[in-house]
Design a protein around this ligand. Structure first.
Ligand code: HEM
Length: 486
């Protein structure tokens, strides 16, 4: 499969894409830049990992709590407005920015607090994150209540449920940072990861993909989609609670059952994603990246189940789970984030179909390479290979994935340049039209003038001959008068 530009080959007949609310279009520095800033921070953390305290932990959290959580916050609001057909007001945009900043600040406190062992800072950061995400949940619930009835309200329920998961996960994180013995650390860590990964991120992603996946693939959605999404919300939620409950209670079997419930519900629902792919295939970077992320999510879920089943103790489960963190961060989190951004950026910034195509083409550069290399590197990294090979594939994989950042800046540069050219062309055309209109007007005026002068001179000549006629009459009369006088 070669993933090409959307403009190349037989362009599939696209269904109407999700049209964002007007106010959501254009550039919004906080909405668009925070995730990119976290990605740049991630590059630094990976590059200088030997000098940075708890660099592995930091890399995971910059990815999940920094970049991905910010994106989950802003994009769930964006999709909620799109699906509920409501337009965010200017004030709502400002409030969204405040929520995003609160979350970013909270994340920053956690990133500094945990490695430096300042527990109060971790607690404060987690509180900021919690307030931001609960504020978001209340906003969504109110929006849903006020909106007219329509399809896919279930998606908003997923977002609200997901937002309620993060505070619980964050609370377990705060407990972990406080410090516990190995046994409790292991159990709390499973609960922490379950609420955050399967709950906050998992439910947000599932809710979003219901409508976003067919839009990205440019194919018709599976008719069963909405029904099946509704069916699996409770089983997914039950899975999360059972996994975490089993861990807190210290009963591995319960956690294994929870993972199975979540994984089976996910796979049951995931069938609805297959139909659009079977109809149109995958041709662009965005769906290919999201598809790869989904595949790693399934691998990760099965892996967690197997680890739980095979490990003898909770500390052993935790150690092994921590070692699969790159799979979750790079295989799943980064690929889903970059795939979503690659689709949404052109939709938000493209000012016309031609302008949108410029963004899309620029973001699809080297798509096949950018999908194949990191995923192959991750597979090699997970195999029992010598550490030198691991280092090489890690550098190659991360480098290729992160090539997204310069590619994105280039796309924005080309898109804005194209927009300026279009605007200049439009201005020239408008000026030409205006000049034409003036010339036409002048022509008409000249013709009118000519006609007016013609009629004036006609009148003049007419009145001249009248006068002549009158004069000659007068002369005739004068003669006869004289004649009379005589
Ligand atoms: C306010 C939020 C958060 C806080 C305070 C927090 C804190 C922590 C702490 C203290 C640990 C244990 C580190 C150790 O003992 O080695 C941990 C581990 C972990 N957390 Fe978080 N976390 C937060 C949010 C998240 C989120 C949102 C995610 C994912 C969506 C996440 C994923 C993980 C993972 C995968 C681990 C295990 C891997 C590792 O330790 O590097 N965390 N977190």
């Amino acid at each position: 499969m070669k993933i090409g530009s959307p403009g190349s080959g037989n362009k599939p007949a696209a269904p109407k894409p999700i049209t964002p609310a007007k106010r959501g279009r254009g550039v919004s520095p906080i909405r668009d830049m925070v995730a990119v800033i976290w990605l740049i921070v991630l590059i630094f953390v990976v590059m200088f990992h030997e000098q940075i305290l708890s660099s592995d932990w930091l890399a995971i959290h910059v990815t999940f709590l920094g970049a991905l959580s910010h994106s989950a916050l802003v994009w769930s609001e964006y999709f909620a407005n799109t699906l509920l057909k409501t337009r965010p007001t200017a004030n709502e945009g400002k409030i969204q920015d405040r929520r995003s900043l609160l979350m970013a600040l909270g994340a920053l406190f956690v990133f500094v607090g945990f490695p430096m062992d300042i527990w109060v800072l971790v607690l404060t950061g987690a509180t900021f994150v919690t307030v931001s995400v609960l504020w978001h949940a209340v906003y969504l619930a109110r929006k849903m209540k006020r909106a007219l009835p329509g399809r896919f309200r279930i998606v908003i329920r997923y977002y609200i449920t997901a937002a309620c998961m993060l505070p619980v996960g964050a609370a377990f994180g705060v407990l972990l940072a406080f410090g516990f013995g190995d046994e409790w650390r292991g159990r709390l860590m499973i609960a922490h990861m379950t609420f955050n990964l399967l709950g906050w991120i998992g439910l947000t992603v599932i809710g979003t993909l219901v409508t976003f996946w067919p839009t990205m693939v440019r194919a018709r959605m599976d008719e069963r989609s909405e029904r099946m999404t509704r069916q699996v919300l409770w089983p997914l939620l039950a899975g999360i609670v059972i996994v975490a409950g089993g861990a807190v209670a210290g009963i591995k079997l319960i956690s294994i059952i929870g993972v199975a419930v979540y994984a089976l519900s996910f796979l049951w629902w995931g069938r609805t994603l297959w139909k659009p792919v079977s109809l149109k295939g995958i041709r662009e970077f965005a769906p290919a990246s999201v598809g790869a992320a989904g595949t790693w999510a399934v691998v990760g879920l099965i892996w967690i189940g197997v680890l739980l089943a095979l490990a003898d103790s909770w500390p052993e489960v935790t150690d092994r789970l921590v070692s699969m963190a790159p799979l979750l961060a790079f295989g799943f989190a980064l690929q889903i984030l970059l795939g979503a951004l690659s689709y949404l950026l052109p939709v938000l910034m493209g000012k016309s179909p031609a302008n949108l195509a410029v963004y899309q083409d620029a973001l699809n550069v080297g798509a096949t390479f950018r999908i194949a290399v990191p995923n192959l590197c991750l597979v090699i990294w997970l195999l029992p290979v010598p550490s030198s090979i691991r280092l090489i594939v890690a550098i190659l994989g991360i480098g290729t994935i992160m090539s997204f950042i310069p590619i994105m800046f280039r796309a924005v540069f080309l898109g804005l340049k194209h927009k300026k050219v279009l605007e200049a062309e439009r201005e020239v055309k408008a000026a030409e039209k205006a000049a034409e209109a003036v010339a036409k007007q002048e022509d008409e005026n000249a013709q009118l003038n000519e006609r007016h002068q013609q009629s004036v001179s006609d009148k003049n000549s007419e009145s001249g001959s009248d006068m002549n006629r009158a004069g000659s009459t007068r002369t005739t009369n004068g003669t006869s008068d004289k004649e009379n006088d005589v």
